[in-house]
Design a protein around this ligand. Structure first.
Ligand code: APR
Ligand code: ZN
Ligand code: ZN
Length: 362
């Protein structure tokens, strides 16, 4: 039996979000209905609302979520009703070329639920943000989007792994392959950069240099594991990173802003043969010009990191366990918990740079 629940909708370009009654169908083959317990507010939700991602309104927003599986459709064996799960927006197929080559984080055939959730009032089909749509009491997803984790973790903490925090931690531990004794610089210390700092600390980096233009952000970065901070409004960050690394530059530099000037800083702040990881998302018109001789002469590698190159089934349970053991301060990313009716205000606070994460708790 389809059910009616409350959800947060972006009705049209730049229109304020509002709560509507939505219809969630019973799970079909390979699908699951999840009772959402917590869902973080991410920049991507704001981009959906503003029209930066697609014009497929109305959107059902929310995609950094954790909850309990309520029911599953035919053929679902990995999760069962009652399981506590974190949702992911990249359920990999297991059979495409990337998956078969052991690089499922580049899967060409990720999937979402096939059935549609609809607006109760008009019957209109909803587009769930990143195939999830979890600012809702319940949501329909592909079963592969559900990853079981230790249920003793709080839902508001677990849900963070579904997007931005995983992107940052994964940029360090997966893409950057930060190891014991490495020096790391992280440019941009918002939620994603702070997660990269926490990930670098976790991986055993000897130096973690936080770079930002805002002293408040640098203070938080220290609490996440940064050993040094540089305000790049006052100090040239390339010089500062070199000085802090014996004149060499960092082994790994993680760019978590997504702008040409900060990418340029990242490029020059790394050691010869060091790695630059781009996790900040640029806009289509951004361009960067670099002397090719510098690319050649510096060696090393330039990488981008999508979703922290994560594999949810491998990374989510591990990171939850490390958090429960007191080795990863995921709780520090939750600035505030809010209700479903406060998403619009949470966008304002996010825009003002006041929060790492506002998390809707249901
Ligand atoms: N130099 C250094 N830091 C900067 C600069 C700059 N020129 N410009 C902005 N910053 C800092 C801000 O002060 C802020 O602390 O970058 C940080 C950006 O943080 P948020 O806006 O909170 O963004 P976040 O959620 O961390 O995401 C960062 O990663 O995944 C992507 O789409 C995401 O592109 C975005 C980036
Ligand atoms: Zn695949
Ligand atoms: Zn997100």
């Amino acid at each position: 039996m389809a059910q009616e629940v409350r959800g947060v909708i972006a009705p049209g370009k730049d229109e304020p979000v509002r709560i509507e009654t939505i219809v969630v169908p019973d799970p079909g083959p390979g699908e699951a209905v999840v009772k959402v317990q917590a869902c973080g507010v991410c920049h991507t939700d704001l981009h959906y609302k503003q029209g930066g991602i697609s014009d497929d309104y109305p959107f059902l927003l929310g995609h950094e979520a954790a909850g309990v599986v309520e029911s599953v459709g035919a053929g679902v064996t990995d999760v069962a009703p009652g399981d506590f799960v974190v949702l992911n927006w990249r359920a990999v197929c297991g059979t495409c070329r990337a998956c078969l080559r052991g690089r499922p984080w580049y899967c060409f055939d990720t999937h979402n639920a096939e059935q549609k959730m609809t607006l109760a009032s008009t019957g209109q089909e909803l587009s769930p943000a990143l195939g999830i749509g979890a600012f809702a009491e319940k949501t329909l997803v592909a079963a592969g989007q559900c990853t079981k984790v230790d249920p003793s973790v709080s839902p508001q903490v677990a849900g963070l792994l579904g997007c931005g925090v995983m992107a940052g931690i994964g940029a360090a531990i997966n893409t950057g392959n930060v190891g014991r004794g490495d020096s790391v610089a992280v440019i941009g210390c918002g939620g994603v950069g702070d997660a990269a700092i926490a990930g670098s600390h976790l991986a055993g980096a000897a130096k973690v240099i936080a770079v930002d233009i805002d002293d408040r952000k640098l203070e938080t970065a220290r609490s996440m594991g940064a050993t040094h901070t540089v305000n790049s409004r006052e100090t040239d960050p390339v010089e500062a990173v070199r000085e802090l690394t014996g004149g060499f530059g960092a082994d790994v530099v993680i760019e978590a802003v997504g702008r040409p000037e900060t990418y340029r800083q990242a490029f020059y702040a790394r050691d010869l043969a060091g790695t630059v990881v781009l996790v900040g998302v640029p806009t289509p018109e951004m361009k960067l010009e670099l002397p090719l001789l510098d690319v050649f002469g510096r060696g090393g590698s330039l990488k981008s990191s999508w979703y922290g190159d994560c594999l949810p089934s491998r990374d989510f349970p591990m990171l939850v366990d490390l958090h429960l053991q007191g080795r990863l301060p995921l709780d520090k990313f939750v600035t505030e918990t809010i209700g479903l009716d406060e998403v619009e205000q949470a966008f304002d606070r996010m825009h003002a740079g006041d929060v790492l994460r506002s998390v809707v708790v249901l």
